[in-house]
Design a protein around this ligand. Structure first.
Ligand code: GCO
Length: 465
């Protein structure tokens, strides 16, 4: 489609995505399955540390209701699903493999296949078996050897299913939230530990990348196996205060970007796993992405705050004028997605999948416009020549949002955790996302129907180019 045609399309009918564009939704094992009792997160939840007082518990019981959930996905025309596998379920004790858990995962994958839903599989999404946590998690070099054994088992058992592989979800989050800021288990607060965790996860990624390629030569469609990482890319900007404060914000901005994703990206691009570029080259690590997985949610504007010593005098929760916040208090900032896609493409020159994008919005008041505005930015990136190949919405269903518990609702499908029946109730956004999938893009009518307030902006965005 040339530029002129696409503009006409946009102004007339809407935004048609390239053939084969993948539309899907995403989840993670611990957040939806329920009963993941042999894990470090479960142990942490029982200490009463989750903010709303809930625990993952039965979550949304995906472990038992997957068939119903896949049928629901199919009923909306959803064609792809990102899910995780839980190490602590498969190996609840060191060397003890739970055959029933393996059988259940096979059933889950086969059910997805029956529903013609493509599979994107995450191997490590932040949760470790408690026996690994007890031996010092990623600080203990033995963890890498255990991961290797576990991964061989996973790849040999399930290697035939995934169309896309994610080795690690947002590796910098356990490093930052778990080891630098002390917010997630194991609640360490040290730059030294942050650094060690990043290094260990880089090694873990390199090891998984190589293992998957060695053991799974072809993807289910006969093409090459595709392996990457789902990296969190917040759009980080200075607040813009005056004087010393403003200067501090400007200095902190590149540092926060570096700690949040830059250090990791640099290591992949250079093959050098030492933080700040120190250390030898790791041949396995260098160029170990077949694609870039992008998790994008929000912008954070860094504002100097002298009372926030524990956060290095930075408050990132401010809401600039004219910006709307989500139930998480996150800024809605779709332009940031376009900016990050440009940045990532410039650096990596690899195909990109949006592996997560979504909003906590219990009333579903903001979600339709959120989806439409972000999808429009993806389209804009494709038009600019950036090869974005797919978009996975976070999340298919309301789930256990880590430290925030069940209070934050990210699902296209609503579930009341307190309701015994865990009834699945599709939100209007589920209908909208289904329509986008079926049409392979947005139409003007859809925007008109679900979020007329976004019409002007979406069309304006495109016309500005
Ligand atoms: C993440 C995680 C998800 C979260 C989601 C909303 O990437 O942060 O993959 O588990 O639930 O991002 O915060």
């Amino acid at each position: 489609m040339n530029r002129q045609q696409s503009k006409e399309n946009f102004q007339g009918e809407g935004l048609r995505f390239p053939d084969g564009f993948v539309w899907g939704t995403a989840t993670a094992g611990h957040q939806v399955e329920g009963g993941n009792i042999a894990s470090d997160w479960w142990a942490w939840e029982t200490l009463g540390l989750v903010e709303d007082g809930t625990k993952s518990g039965r979550a949304v019981d995906y472990w038992n209701r997957f068939e119903e959930d896949h049928a629901l996905m199919a009923s909306f025309g959803l064609k792809a699903f990102r899910l995780g596998i839980e190490w602590s379920r498969i190996e609840p004790e060191r060397g003890k493999i739970d055959k029933d858990a393996i059988a259940r995962y096979h059933e889950i994958f086969q059910s997805l296949r029956r529903h013609n839903i493509k599979i994107c599989l995450t191997i490590y999404h932040w949760v470790l078996p408690v026996w690994i946590a007890k031996q010092g998690d990623w600080l203990n070099p033995a963890t890498l050897c255990h991961l290797e054994d576990f991964a061989k088992l996973v790849i040999d058992e399930f290697g035939e299913y995934p169309d896309l592989w994610i080795t690690i979800n947002e590796p910098m989050v356990p490093a930052v939230a778990g080891n630098l800021l002390g917010l997630f288990p194991p609640q360490r607060r040290s730059l030294r530990h942050y650094r060690s965790i990043v290094k260990a996860l880089l090694k873990a990624h390199a090891c998984l990348y190589e293992l998957i390629h060695k053991r799974v030569p072809l993807a289910p469609d006969g093409g090459s196996t595709k392996v990457g990482v789902a990296q969190a890319y917040p759009c980080v900007e200075p607040w813009g205060s005056g004087g010393f404060r403003g200067l501090y914000e400007k200095v902190m901005t590149p540092l926060v970007r570096y700690l949040a994703y830059g250090a990791w990206d640099r290591a992949i691009l250079s093959g050098c796993s030492g933080l700040f570029g120190i250390g030898g080259k790791n041949r396995q690590l260098y160029d170990s992405y077949d694609f870039c997985g992008v998790n994008y949610y929000f912008r954070m504007s860094l504002r100097f705050d002298g009372s926030k010593r524990e956060q290095f005098y930075i408050d990132e929760s401010g809401m600039p004028d004219g910006i709307i916040g989500t139930d998480m208090g996150w800024q809605i900032y779709p332009e940031g997605l376009y900016g990050m896609l440009e940045h990532i493409w410039r650096r990596f020159k690899r195909p990109i999948y949006i592996t997560e994008n979504g909003i906590a919005d219990s009333g579903d008041d903001l979600r339709p416009a959120y989806i439409l505005r972000h999808v429009a930015q993806v389209y804009r990136a494709i038009e600019a020549g950036i090869p974005v190949k797919g978009y996975y919405h976070w999340s298919f269903i309301d789930n256990f949002e880590w430290r925030e518990g069940f209070a934050k609702k990210f699902g296209l499908i609503e579930v009341d955790h307190a309701d015994d029946t865990l009834l699945r109730k599709p939100r209007p956004s589920a209908e909208l996302f289904g329509e986008i999938t079926k049409n392979n893009g947005l139409t003007r009518d859809m925007v008109q129907k679900y979020a007329p307030e976004a019409l002007e902006e979406i069309f304006g965005t495109m016309n500005d180019e």
